[in-house]
Ligand binder design. Structure first.
Ligand SMILES: Nc1ncnc2c1ncn2[C@@H]1O[C@H](COP(=O)(O)OP(=O)(O)OP(=O)(O)O)[C@@H](O)[C@H]1O
Ligand SMILES: [Mg+2]
Length: 393
């Protein structure tokens, strides 16, 4: 009987082999060992959609727990982040209620925060987050332990809430030097929004780690190793083809691996080149639905016009061509270039050129009905019909 597919092409799902992340995880682990003076003790993981930020965050959480730390975690996708973090921390205080020193109980009582039998799960702890966190961190410090606060999807957070969270963390970690590490994760667009907002200085001062595409060796390992671990063999050509199709994109690594496994007759024994060819084709279809479609939907009409204008090229696009096709100035296209790079749809391949960041994007855009409408509105239908050979001016 074939065993369960080891690959995990689902957002937030731990991959069978977490390749290429030893540096970032090692660095943050070293920071935790050193203490609050280490620049990585409060850290931000920045990366495009599907590069593996959530997975690294979860791995760090597991590491914290293995070393006996408590963790307080939440995602910033919906409002109420502070209250959620407050209750996650208060639940730890509940469990430790008997062991809390009298002065710490006093601090909680003074702020009207009940623990143990007096805990109120419905209380609004948003304004009292600083107290909850500092009491918990102080308690853990006295026990020789520590804690990590992790917040995912920071880019979606409410600025007010993140500002308040920053002040609380700043007080506990940087000013009081208590053992409370912080790791946040978000899209690179954070650099334009929160990280350029002077009022969120805490986040600006966090150590920044890029969670990017995997290099060739890491992508090969991520694809071949899970199959090898199950006793299956992959020829070097099959691994090459899979690595090529994944283009270093972690989500695509999982999709290609998953569909190649499905295509093989007996994947526990061997996954052949022909299985990978079939798997890569299926993966390309899925990546459109799962990753490119939601990114496209997030874009305003003007950015979609830019992307459609790019899709008229067979390879990288010259910005000058995009400006001409859209009938706009080069300043206008430069602004969109920067925004689209941040969104993760476009890769930075030089000042005057742009390319799609994810494999299969061009093919996906060209297949859209909307592509035809946009092309018509840009008067580009004829250019396409002549086989994409466009004069450069
Ligand atoms: N280092 C890695 N090696 C192989 N696969 C990985 C790696 N990191 C993540 N993946 C896979 O990539 C996919 C996306 O991971 P994850 O959900 O963590 O991305 P993300 O950056 O948090 O995405 P988003 O920005 O949408 O929240 C998952 O299927 C995961 O298993
Ligand atoms: Mg995520």
């Amino acid at each position: 009987m074939r065993s369960a597919n080891p690959f995990a092409p689902t957002f937030g799902a731990l991959p069978p082999v977490l390749a290429g992340r030893a540096d970032v995880i090692g660095d943050i682990a070293a920071a935790w060992e050193t203490g609050p003076t280490h620049p990585g003790y409060t850290a931000l993981l920045l990366g495009r959609r599907g590069t593996g930020k959530t997975v690294v965050l979860e791995e760090l959480r597991a590491l914290a727990q293995r070393q006996g730390w408590l963790t307080v975690s939440a995602a910033a996708v919906t409002p109420g982040l502070l209250n959620r973090l407050g209750h996650a921390a208060a639940e730890h205080l509940n469990r430790a209620a008997e062991a809390l020193d009298a002065d710490l109980r006093g601090d909680l009582a003074a702020a009207g925060i009940g623990v143990g039998a007096a805990y109120d799960p419905g209380a609004d702890l948003a304004r009292r987050l600083a107290t909850v966190l500092s009491v918990l961190a102080e308690h853990l410090d006295r026990q020789g332990a520590g804690m990590a606060v992790t917040v995912d999807e920071l880019h979606a957070g409410q600025t007010d809430e993140l500002r308040t969270l920053g002040i609380a963390l700043q007080d506990v970690t940087r000013l009081a030097q208590l053992p409370m590490a912080f790791v946040g994760a978000g899209l690179p667009v954070l650099e334009d929004t929160l990280l350029s907002d002077e009022s969120v200085t805490f986040l600006q001062r966090c150590g920044r780690y890029e969670v990017g595409f995997l290099d060739h060796a890491a992508a090969r390992t991520a694809l071949a190793e899970p199959i090898r671990q199950r006793g299956g063999r992959m020829s070097p050509e099959a691994i090459d083809h899979a690595t090529e199709a994944a283009g270093g994109y972690p989500f695509m690594v999982q999709l290609v691996g998953f569909h190649s496994w499905e295509a093989a007759a007996e994947p526990d024994t061997a996954v052949a080149l022909s299985d990978v060819v079939e798997g890569a084709r299926a993966a390309q279809q899925h990546i459109g639905q799962l990753v490119i479609a939601p990114l496209w939907r997030d874009q305003p009409a003007s950015a979609r016009r830019f992307l459609a204008a790019m899709a008229h090229d067979d390879g990288d696009s010259l910005l000058a061509d995009i400006a001409r096709r859209m009938d706009v100035t080069s300043g206008y296209v430069s602004v969109y270039r920067a925004r689209l790079i941040k969104s993760g749809l476009v890769a930075d391949v030089g000042k005057r050129t742009v390319a799609f960041a994810l494999p299969s994007t061009r093919r996906w855009i060209r297949a859209l009905d909307e592509f035809s409408y946009i092309s018509e509105s840009l008067h580009l239908t004829e250019e396409r019909n002549v086989g994409f050979t466009l004069p450069h001016d």
